[in-house]
Design a protein around this ligand. Structure first.
Ligand SMILES: [Zn+2]
Ligand SMILES: [Zn+2]
Length: 323
């Protein structure tokens, strides 16, 4: 069996001999953790879970990167031992829980390896080991992934550079299992596909949507965004822990309505001193300005909220269309 490969840089057609690929996989010593006959299935599963027609991609982590880590850490990710249950080949109704643990190890390993200098451990396996074996495997894997997320949080500029939550990954893994099942039936003339609403999708107003995340996690993110938009409204310079931004270890930002702020990244020592001296004289005037700023901000805040809602809807739509 051969498959034609799309080549965008050349007019020359290229073909892949699937029998040869399958033989190469079954003889590959790097995949020793997986039974030889299951290795083609492992490749398929790896392909689906790292982004395909029905599953989303991981921002900043392409297929080649995932494949490299999946090979380098194969005995860890696909261990299917008592200590590390499951392998990526476990996608059936009976085995998908175990397969999910291997998927968490794959995702955690990818983020760990990308930011390896954040971690004082010799490998992602040693790090997971440090969470002890007495606790439930899923809890152990969850705690491990959350620690990876927290450790790289300070290094990243955007939320999408962080690993998804375990709850979001579970939904992603369910979609992977659905695709695996669907593809396994591709050579049947007539087949029944699994109920998508049990595999990471949901029906809303008669249309099918991706069930991205647990509602409680969505609520947490909304609360956080609200807090960031609100900022502080200190009138005495944001230099004590009464300032919510300072207390949070953050500089005052565009959402703040503070006056004479000493916690802004732009404040210069000399300027601050001048402002303090003039403060008494201008007290009344600045209070007036404060009120004006508060009124303007109030309006701005609503338009920002609306905009961000619209943006998130637009993003959701485009994601659904591309699925
Ligand atoms: Zn403040
Ligand atoms: Zn401030």
């Amino acid at each position: 069996m051969i498959v034609q490969l799309n080549t965008y840089t050349s007019l020359e057609y290229k073909y892949l001999d699937m029998d040869q690929l399958s033989a190469a996989l079954t003889g590959d010593p790097d995949l020793a953790a997986i039974p030889a006959e299951a290795r083609p299935k492992f490749m398929q599963s790896l392909f689906v879970c790292t982004g395909s027609d029905f599953t989303s991609f991981f921002s900043g982590l392409g297929k080649a990167t995932f494949m490299r880590f999946a090979y380098q850490h194969n005995t860890f990710i696909n261990a299917n031992s008592e200590q590390f249950p499951g392998s990526l080949v476990h996608t059936t109704a009976d085995t998908k829980e175990k397969g999910f643990l291997a998927f968490i190890r794959l995702v955690g390993t990818a983020y760990y390896s990308k930011h390896r200098t954040c971690f004082p451990f010799e490998s992602p396996r040693a790090f997971l080991n440090s969470f002890g074996s007495g606790i439930d495997s899923r809890m152990q894997h969850k705690a491990w992934l959350e620690c990876i997320c927290n450790a790289i949080w300070e290094r990243t500029e955007f939320e999408d550079e962080l690993p998804p939550s375990v709850e979001a990954l579970w939904r992603h893994w369910l979609r992977t299992c659905w695709v695996s099942d669907y593809w396994s039936k591709a050579i049947e003339n007539c087949c029944n596909v699994l109920d998508v609403t049990c595999f990471g999708w949901k029906v809303n107003d008669g249309s099918l949507e991706i069930d991205w995340e647990d509602q409680s996690n969505i609520a947490k993110v909304r609360d956080r965004v609200k807090l960031l938009l609100r900022g502080c409204s200190c009138k005495k310079g944001c230099d004590t822990r009464r300032c919510s931004c300072l207390k949070d270890g953050k500089k005052c930002g565009p959402g703040c309505r503070c006056c004479n702020c000493q916690n802004s990244p732009a404040v210069h020592d000399a300027e601050t001193h001048d402002i303090e001296e003039e403060e008494e004289e201008d007290n009344e005037a600045s209070r007036q300005t404060c009120q004006n700023v508060m009124v303007i901000d109030e309006e701005d805040r609503y338009s920002t909220d609306q905009e961000s809602d619209m943006n998130s809807l637009a993003t959701d739509d485009s994601d659904i269309e591309s699925v």
